[in-house]
Design a protein around this ligand. Structure first.
Ligand code: NAD
Length: 254
């Protein structure tokens, strides 16, 4: 169903982005991967998905611009953009490192603006496009010690709604997917800092902090997010725009 479509998926060498790239490639999209990682692993992913890769650092607007050009030159202008690259840092606001704040705002929020501003005109011109932003349950609610992340993700939700309105008549939908806790390296890596910040054991962080928020008491899987992203690319989803779709095991219902 995505034959002939070009999909640019940021932060797709791991976790949720990789699962989204797999689900779009499986339905025929030509995929441009992005993200960091071991070069041999990235080569393996490229051949598995028949994809290309651009290692642009999403905190750098010039590299983002070069990546969009690379995609357009090699595969064609993106019909589907998945803004997924993201990082986390856990710390009380009074100790929050300024460079971490700046990096989180740049990668988790400003990069979404840059890829969008650089790709939406050609989508509008074709009368078809999909912009899918990986937001978070933290685009709707907050948790302590995540000031930069929560601010950035609330920003993504607002940006998504705004661009959805601007593109509504042009066949371009703009949505965000807001996962709860998904078991990926991003979540695994914040366990030690949360242990320190809240003086808890590893088991207490998993059960009493992470899964405590999720009524289903299980982690969301990356494949579940990939399946929803694919649905948003289907014709049946053309009226879904400006939405913030929660996939959080009931977290934000509570
Ligand atoms: P992950 O750490 O497994 O993957 C992050 C990806 O982003 C990797 O491919 C990494 O190389 C890439 N990346 C990081 N910094 C980058 C940069 N400067 N430039 C380019 N690429 C960069 O994390 P994940 O859990 O799959 O997270 C993906 C997205 O999902 C993020 O936006 C995250 O905020 C969001 N999210 C995750 C969860 C969760 O529980 N895991 C929940 C809600 C939202």
């Amino acid at each position: 169903i995505l034959e002939g479509k070009v999909a640019l998926v940021t932060g797709s060498t791991s976790g949720i982005g990789l699962a989204i790239a797999r689900s779009l490639a499986a339905k025929g999209a030509k995929v441009m991967l992005n993200g960091f990682g071991d070069p041999a692993e990235i080569e393996k992913l490229k051949s598995e998905l028949g994809a290309l890769h651009d290692g642009a650092d999403m905190s750098d607007p010039a590299q983002i611009e070069a990546m969009v050009r690379h995609c357009s030159d090699e595969l064609g202008a993106p019909d589907i953009v998945v803004n997924n690259a993201g990082i986390q840092h856990v710390s009380p606001v009074e100790e929050f490192p300024v460079e971490k704040w700046n990096a989180i705002l740049a990668i988790n929020l400003s990069a979404v603006f840059h890829t969008t501003r650089l790709t939406i005109a050609s989508m509008k011109a074709k009368g078809w496009g999909r912009i899918i932003n990986t937001a978070s349950a933290h685009s709707l609610i907050a948790s302590p010690n995540k000031s930069a992340y929560v601010a950035a993700k609330h920003g993504v939700a607002g940006f998504t709604k705004t661009v959805a309105l601007e593109a509504a008549k042009d066949g371009v939908t703009v949505n965000c997917i807001s996962p709860g806790y998904v078991w990926t390296p991003l979540v695994e890596n914040q366990i030690p800092d949360t242990m320190k910040a809240r003086n808890l054991t590893r088991e207490q962080v998993v059960n009493d902090v992470l899964l405590a928020a999720q009524p289903t008491k299980r982690f969301v899987t990356p494949e579940e997010i990939g399946a929803l992203a694919l649905f948003l690319c289907r014709e049946e989803a053309r009226s879904i725009t400006g939405a913030n779709l929660s996939v959080d095991g009931g977290w934000t219902a509570a």
